[in-house]
Each structure stands twice: as structure tokens, then as C-alpha cells.
Design a protein around this ligand. Structure first.
Ligand code: C5P
Length: 222
């Protein structure tokens, strides 16, 4: 395939956390730094792709030559990804999308009610990659799975349940995965798997994109 197996292909990558507002000063978020997804976007560009990066709130520079769309909440990310993924060849969901949001966002700052517990009701967010999987003419879909245990069984289950083409699983917690420069991934696809050992996220992103290109091209008949 040469150095640029994705030349002429359109790739959409999501990255970073989502923030779900409770009130004007508080939110529910998570510890995703966006580094893995930004590295994947840069690696896909180097592989020749036309790349759109849908980024949650992160403090990272845009990889040169990549189109970036900034969003905050899971619902905004859902909308931005669906629109960017129309006609795209590959979607790589590296974002840590919040599973839940507060059912209501208060217009004013919530006040402390001395001593009494505060109840926050949460509503489930849409599953972005699963909704892409359900669409006709969908892109090749790659999901991430960050787990603290039982990587293989959760990843296999996720591949089937979400109806996607590949899962890149990594172990998080205990200094692994989030907010660190190195990472290791285990890739699963229907009928196979491969382990990519611990290395800097930029190197890992290159290897991941090469594997995605192989699987994508073997399925698309080109
Ligand atoms: O189910 P879980 O959150 O572990 O799955 C992770 C994968 O699913 C990631 O690729 C993530 O971007 C995607 N996801 C999504 N929409 C959600 C939750 C997760 O696209 N609401």
C-alpha cells in the first residue's frame, strides 16, 4: 500500500472527554486528555487521509493539515460526528463520551442546602458509534474501549453489541491509559486480534492507523 494507504480517503476521528453541564460553573467530565485521538488524527493525515477531528474540551494544538470541530457535550459531539461522517470512509471513535448527562442544566448556580443531600438525576446520552453502525452506507467503524479489567471479554462483547469493525482496547487506571504519554493497545476485529505493546501514543497511533488501513482496504475490495 506504500506509505500513504489512506490517500484520497476521508477519515473522521473523535477525541477527548465530553463535559455535561450541571449549572453555569459545574460539569460532569472525565479524565481523557485527548492525546490518543489527536495522535490518531495526525497519523491518519500522514497516511494520506483527509481528516476531520471532532474534539471535546482539551488543551491540545490541532495537528497541522487536520480540520477540527470543537464541541463540549456528548449531544454536540453526536451531531458534529454524524454530520462529518456523512460519506466518510472511516470513523475512529477515540473520544471518552460521557454516558450520562444531568437531566436538567440549571440556568443559575446551584446553592448549598445545608446538610441535606443533593440529588442529581442523570439521563443517558446517545451512543455515537452505535448510531453510526445502524446507518446505511456507514463508514468502517473503530471504537476504543478503556477498561480497568477483563479487557478481552468486554472488548469482544462491545464489538458485537455495537456492531462495529474493530475495537482498540486499553487498560486504564493505576497510571495506565489516561493522562499519560505511553499506552498499549489490544486490537480486536471479527475473527482476529493483535497486541500492540506499550510505546509513546504517537508511535502507537501510527501502528493503529496502519492496521485500520489494512482491515479497511481488505474489506473494501481495493
Ligand atoms: O461503551 P463504551 O463507552 O466503553 O465504548 C467506548 C467506545 O464507544 C468508544 O469508541 C467511544 O468513543 C464510543 N462511545 C460513543 N458514544 C457513547 C459512548 C461511547 O460513541 N455515548
Amino acid at each position: 500500500f506504500g506509505d500513504q494507504p489512506l490517500r484520497g480517503r476521508r477519515v473522521v476521528v473523535s477525541a477527548g472527554p465530553t463535559y455535561e453541564d450541571i449549572d453555569p460553573v459545574r460539569f460532569i467530565g472525565n479524565r481523557s486528555s485527548g492525546r490518543m485521538g489527536f495522535a490518531v488524527a495526525g497519523a491518519a493525515r500522514d497516511a494520506g487521509a483527509d481528516v476531520t477531528l471532532v474534539a471535546g474540551p482539551v488543551a491540545l494544538p490541532t495537528p497541522p493539515g487536520v480540520r477540527r470541530v470543537d464541541v463540549r457535550s456528548a449531544r454536540q459531539m453526536h451531531e458534529a460526528v454524524l454530520s462529518a461522517a456523512r460519506g466518510a470512509d472511516i470513523y475512529i471513535g477515540a473520544a471518552a463520551v460521557g454516558d450520562y448527562r444531568p437531566s436538567e442544566t440549571s440556568e443559575h448556580k446551584l446553592k448549598k442546602a445545608s446538610g441535606a443531600p443533593l440529588h442529581l438525576e442523570l439521563t443517558e446520552n446517545p451512543d455515537i458509534i452505535a448510531s453510526l453502525a445502524a446507518a446505511d452506507g456507514r463508514p468502517f467503524l473503530v471504537g476504543f474501549a478503556a477498561e480497568t479489567r477483563e479487557l478481552a471479554s468486554y472488548a469482544g462483547e462491545k464489538l458485537r453489541r455495537k456492531g462495529i469493525d474493530m475495537i482498540a482496547a486499553n487498560e486504564v487506571g493505576g497510571g495506565k491509559g489516561f493522562e499519560v504519554a505511553d499506552n498499549a493497545l489490544h486490537l480486536y476485529w471479527p475473527g482476529g486480534d493483535e497486541s500492540l505493546p506499550e510505546m509513546p501514543k504517537t508511535d502507537l497511533a501510527r501502528q493503529l492507523v496502519a492496521r485500520i488501513a489494512e482491515r479497511f482496504l481488505s474489506g473494501s475490495g481495493t
